[in-house]
Ligand binder design. Structure first.
Ligand code: NAD
Length: 353
């Protein structure tokens, strides 16, 4: 067995249908008295439900969360938190809303209680991202790790099917790269494999029955595990490519992950055979990259970058940006095979090592 170091991040997680009802107790448990509720305009109804549940501990609601946390929206939310004298933020939504909570927590003593409603996994990580002048800067800071996380599958019933499936693939990507991480460890690998299995199983049911509660639970459970992996170990080529493509060409986050994943795994397949075997076992396929590609086809999610509006003439630039400051990767990142990977991802062709 490979040597490892395992450092656990503090986490308090409540999981179950109807668990939203305990939000007030969670606020009380961290000693907060003035909670600012955060959401996107689309999720205002769910945020108002949180406000009602908080009773006297509710200080205000701000529905200004936006994709990729533009600096202006971070500043606005910080101002509102200060005006309201908020001593905690309750973020209900996906990675964008939790990201807004993180932007506040980075500069003020406003701990976060996260109520995730997608499978993106931000709630389990100390990683934040803020976009300024078209560039998304990310960093790590213990203060932005939510103090408490409430996973209530009932809240994911309204997540549209298409978004649910790409969000699930986004979560699988964290676990897949976690399985070959340089700083990986056996605990995270167990969580990664189980997370992929739970999501693959849940999504296969959701595709035909989006209202199936057991499948929604299975997906959210998988999302927790995959998000935990993302918070604990380093990511590689796949995340670098998605970061590059998403930031440079303004692509939707989860869809980009969905399309690139089988190709990034194929690139790494020979260098990381054990990880590939565990991913394949979790999705019940013979080969991990091809299995994920077929799974995406079966689920009906996007499989080609050209369908997201990327132009073929953009691929050379994407390749150059991805080659600059690369993350650690099990296989060295080289221009020609990387360009071939991008070509296949753009066309939606079957992945190849
Ligand atoms: P999102 O938060 O942008 O949500 C997409 C849309 O879906 C929003 O309009 C949202 O209101 C809506 N939505 C979410 N849940 C819903 C529900 N249950 N019912 C109805 N509508 C719902 O999408 P995301 O994929 O969760 O997050 C993406 C962002 O999170 C990206 O900016 C990404 O970089 C970031 N992220 C950060 C980390 C981290 O560790 N820092 C991890 C993962 C993702």
């Amino acid at each position: 067995m490979k040597d490892f170091i395992y450092t656990a991040l503090p986490a308090r997680v409540m999981f179950g249908a109807g668990k939203l009802a305990s939000v007030r107790e969670e606020v009380e448990a961290i000693g907060a008295t003035r909670a600012l509720v955060l959401c996107t305009p689309q999720q205002r109804a769910q945020a108002e439900q949180v406000a009602d549940l908080l009773g006297a501990r509710f200080a205000g609601l701000h529905d200004g969360a936006e994709m990729h946390v533009p600096i202006e929206s971070a500043r606005k939310a910080r101002e509102i938190a200060a005006e309201l004298k908020a001593d905690c933020a309750v973020a209900i939504g996906g990675g964008s809303t939790i990201g807004l909570g993180k932007a506040i927590a980075l500069e003020a003593p406003v701990p976060i209680i996260a109520i995730p409603t997608t499978y993106a996994g931000s709630e389990m990580t100390p990683v934040y991202g803020i976009t300024e002048n078209g560039l998304k800067k990310t960093g790590k800071d213990a203060r932005v790790l939510p103090r408490s996380v409430i996973y209530d599958p009932d809240l994911t019933m309204t997540l549209p099917l298409g978004m649910s499936l790409v969000s699930g693939m986004n979560a699988i990507a964290h676990a897949a790269e976690g399985l070959y991480a340089k700083d990986g460890n056996p605990v995270m690998s167990l969580m990664a494999e189980e997370g992929i299995r739970a999501l693959a199983k849940g999504m296969s049911v959701l595709a035909g029955a989006p209202d199936n509660r057991n499948a929604r639970s299975s997906c959210l459970y998988g999302a927790w595990l995959c998000g935990t992996v993302l918070g604990h170990v380093g990511m590689s080529l796949h995340h670098k490519l998605c970061h590059t493509l998403g930031g440079s060409f303004n692509l939707p986050h989860a869809e980009t992950h969905t399309i690139v994943l089988p190709h990034a795994l194929a690139y790494n397949s020979i260098a990381a055979p054990e990880a590939m075997a565990r991913i394949a076992a979790a999705i019940d396929a013979e080969d991990a990259p091809v299995g994920l590609y077929r799974m995406a086809q079966k689920l009906g999610v996007p499989t080609a970058l050209c369908d997201l509006g990327v132009k073929q003439t953009d691929l050379d630039r994407a390749c150059e940006i991805a080659l600059a400051n690369p993350y650690w990767n099990p296989r060295p990142i080289e221009a020609a095979p990387l360009r071939a990977l991008l070509q296949r991802a753009w066309e939606g062709a079957e992945p190849q090592p």
